[in-house]
Write a protein that binds this ligand. Structure first.
Ligand code: EPU
Length: 420
């Protein structure tokens, strides 16, 4: 499957933001901690969620649907603690499932998790924490087997604030014995939403959003869900639409988002000359008369998100002046630059983490392959800006994280077609 895009058209109208991929993946995994069915609303219809469903079903979770975005997960009969290798290898978030399984069964078997090709993605922080909580870890041919007599509270210091490690370790500690402390945890909105979900169901987790999280274990007692949980809006999708609006919109209203989660991005776009109206759950944006070059450095929340780095680079190809983009989170997340240059961008790679963009340039349509989901979306943006026709291949990568993106873009007047 591929996208055919005829670029150079302006857009106008309203665009809806779906539920957050990275929140939904962890909330679905958390269903393993419950003795009764959990109802999850606003789940995006994307490939990574389909893989997560397959992974959970394989473990014995019963999944039904109230409507296409509302899932009901019943984990009461789960006995299996071995992840399907085939599925887990396709999904980085599979390691999030290991957290609750270890907490519930005191053992888990999982393969080295897969996911995007954006550089090395080690799992040492997870394993270090689980060892401290009493697990014995063995590894053979990239398969990890963990076993504990019981999960005990521990004092854990993260060498860096890993998002999924914070979430996975919380999910292990929730059912454990005693108090676990995580120093230097992640503060991303998705982590806070997971904590809200667990605390609403009997967990005792304190310090969300600070430099220290404390979890008081339930001593093996499963959680009980009392009300449906709504997945938070996808801040990365909303942020990508902001870039789109800044590049191409006469007027664009981005609906169903949480602007508070995007303040850093909004501030930077304002520095670049973009006017943004901030509503309670919407944003309005349009292309400025003159877009100005701007430097960014990606960092953990509340800094500029690495997941918006690629669309920002594409936007800066349209800005007057020289921008520097410094990617600090991943080693391989600037690998798409060569392809953008083939579209006539003027980007110099200084080192694997830094690029300099000279703008503005007239992008030209091309045939390109989507390397990962965020760079894939950046290519879509590039192709929409470019003169002429582009074909974007390997769009499974884009479907992993963006719900029916072509339909959303068609509705605001853009020329993009999915070709089977
Ligand atoms: N890291 C380690 N050791 C570990 C864990 C992480 O060295 O044990 C390193 C990573 O290699 C990376 C840094 O720590 O250099 C931060 O990674 P983090 O663990 O925070 O990332 P993640 O939890 O694997 C999540 C999102 C990513 C997003 C990052 C950063 C999910 C499923 N994925 O990944 O999303 O880029 O946080 O915000 O939640 C995406 O959606 O496209 C995506 C890649």
């Amino acid at each position: 499957m591929k996208f055919e895009i005829i670029g150079g058209k302006k857009c106008s109208g309203e665009i809806e933001v779906s539920g957050s991929k990275n929140n939904a993946l962890k909330i679905l995994a958390a269903s393993l901690l419950f003795k009764n069915p959990v109802v999850i609303e606003n789940v995006p219809q994307i490939e990574d969620i389909f893989r997560m469903n397959e992974l959970l079903k394989d473990l014995g979770v019963n999944i039904s649907f109230k409507n296409k975005n509302t899932f009901v997960l019943d984990s009461s009969k789960v006995k299996n603690f071995k992840l399907s290798f085939d599925i887990a290898k396709r999904l980085r978030a599979s390691i999030a499932v290991a957290g609750p399984l270890l907490g519930r069964f005191n053992q888990v078997i999982f393969p080295y998790p897969g996911g995007c090709v954006i550089g090395k993605r080690p799992v040492d922080i997870f394993l270090g924490a689980w060892k401290k909580m009493g697990a014995n870890v063995s590894e053979k041919n990239d398969v990890f087997s963990l076993k504990a007599k019981k999960i005990k509270g521990a004092n854990i210091v993260f060498r860096l604030p890993s998002v999924t490690a914070t979430e996975a370790v919380i999910m292990t500690a929730v059912l454990g014995y005693g108090k676990t402390i995580i120093w230097n945890p992640a503060r991303e909105p998705e982590v806070l939403a997971l904590i809200d979900f667990l605390n609403a169901s009997g967990a005792k987790i304190f310090g969300a959003g600070t430099s220290k999280i404390e979890i008081i274990g339930t001593n093996g007692k499963l959680l009980e869900s009392k009300k449906p949980f709504k997945i938070i809006p996808d801040r990365i999708e909303a942020g990508s639409f902001l870039m789109l609006g800044a590049a191409l919109a006469d007027y664009l209203k981005i609906k169903n988002c949480n602007p508070e989660h995007l303040m850093n991005v909004i501030g930077i776009l304002e520095d670049a000359g973009v006017q943004i109206k901030i509503g309670k759950n919407f944003l309005e944006v349009k292309k400025p008369k003159k877009l100005l070059a701007c430097n960014i450095k990606t960092s953990e929340y509340p800094g500029f998100p690495t997941d918006l780095q690629a669309p920002f680079v594409v936007l800066m190809t349209q800005a007057y002046g020289q921008s520097m983009v410094f990617e600090t989170i991943y080693d391989g997340r600037l690998n798409y630059i060569e392809d953008l240059n083939r579209m006539n961008a003027q980007i110099t790679m200084c080192d694997p983490h830094r690029v300099i963009i000279n703008g503005p340039t007239k992008l030209r349509g091309r045939e390109i392959e989507s390397p990962d989901l965020r760079a894939g979306l950046a290519f879509v943006l590039g192709a929409l800006i470019a003169r002429g026709k582009s074909l974007i291949y390997n769009i499974y990568q884009i479907d992993r994280g963006y719900e029916k993106i072509e339909e959303k873009l068609q509705k605001i007047g853009l020329n993009i077609k999915r070709i089977e």
